[in-house]
Ligand binder design. Structure first.
Ligand code: ADP
Ligand code: MG
Length: 312
């Protein structure tokens, strides 16, 4: 039996800090990432790929904001769906090309993936994730009036729209993802944390403007399709204790209980390593193995030779 691996690609796999976010640069980054992923397929792993979309959805939002007098602005759930499409397409095409070079003939497909969140999620009461452009106070008042947005002052730089980041409850497309994986298809799903939707009282679903953390929703995906391994690929080789301090130390193989102590001691930053550790821990508790490492260490890590590996 092939091992099922859910891979969460970090922002770096698509665009590195300070790079210009043009199409060619992003495609070249994705191509390099897919070289690594194709090797994993060659080694016999069954991949389900998810990815971040922070910079991309931010830019799309800006495009929408700048051009709003010409073309009406789209809601945030739609923008996430758009980024799933375009990033998915880049991965799909690049991975297919890299697999062909290795003589591997497997299908690759991108899936618009909805992730259910709760209308009653506490986070909706106090949206706090700043996104998009900066506005003056007067502009902020108008936007609040016209669109019902919530805008907050962001560290002295102006007013910004804030949205909630609710907890993922479930992946609505999980059954079709399972079928495709059983059929040996490589699936790209849950990009950008998934399209956030809520279930209405009459049983229908509708989109809700918010942003779901991609590490938490990838973990949900891994749980729901019974993956063996959940792998978060980011821009550091390991999770560290005392990160950035002289006594910094990499975490290698670790068990859930020990990692929980480190969490309590506050070693993992809130908006970056924190959610990765939380997601990795959650998956490990269900009995699977979680890896946190850099893209280029992925193979070594799957052999148990590098990265942070968390087990029950
Ligand atoms: P991604 O785009 O891959 O999701 P993030 O930038 O959100 O990545 O998170 C990775 C970053 O987390 C690292 O580049 C590092 O600067 C930061 N970080 C914070 N705390 C830690 C820690 N304890 N160990 C490792 N990295 C940490
Ligand atoms: Mg990042």
């Amino acid at each position: 039996m092939e091992k099922r691996v859910v891979i969460a690609l970090g922002g770096n796999a698509i665009l590195q800090p300070k790079q210009e976010p043009n199409y060619e640069t992003q495609l070249e980054n994705v191509r390099k990432s897919c070289e690594v992923l194709a090797k994993l397929v060659e080694e016999g792993y069954q991949l389900i790929i998810s990815h971040g979309n922070g910079p991309q959805v931010g830019n799309l939002l800006r495009q929408n904001e700048e051009a709003k007098e010409v073309v009406p602005q789209m809601p945030l759930d739609v923008l996430t769906a758009e980024t799933q499409g375009f990033i998915g397409y880049m991965i799909q095409q690049s991975l297919k090309n890299e697999l062909n070079k290795l003589g591997i003939n497997k299908e690759v497909i991108t899936l618009a993936t909805r992730v259910e969140v709760s209308k009653d999620d506490e986070k909706f009461k106090d949206p706090s994730k700043p996104i998009g452009a900066f506005y003056t106070e007067e502009e902020a008042l108008i936007l609040k009036e016209e669109k019902g947005w919530l805008l907050k002052e962001d560290s002295g730089r102006g007013f910004r729209r804030v949205v909630a980041s609710p907890k993922p409850i479930g992946i609505l497309e999980k059954e079709v993802i399972k079928k495709l994986v059983d059929d040996d298809v490589i699936v790209i799903a849950g990009g950008g944390g998934g399209i956030p939707v809520i279930r209405e009282e009459n049983g229908t679903y509708s989109g809700i403007e918010s942003v779901i953390d991609k590490d938490l929703s990838s973990c949900k995906l891994a749980e729901e399709i019974n993956a063996d391994i959940f792998m978060i690929l980011t821009d550091v080789d390991n999770a560290y204790i005392n990160y950035g301090k002289p006594e910094q130390k990499s975490i290698e193989k670790i068990q859930v209980s020990e990692l929980m102590n480190y969490i309590e001691e506050g070693h993992f930053a809130k908006g970056s390593m924190g959610p990765k550790i939380e997601a990795a821990l959650q998956f490990a508790k269900t009995g699977g193995k979680s890896h946190i490492c850099s893209l280029f260490q992925a193979r070594q890590s799957l052999k148990g030779e590098s990265g942070t590996i968390i087990s029950k």
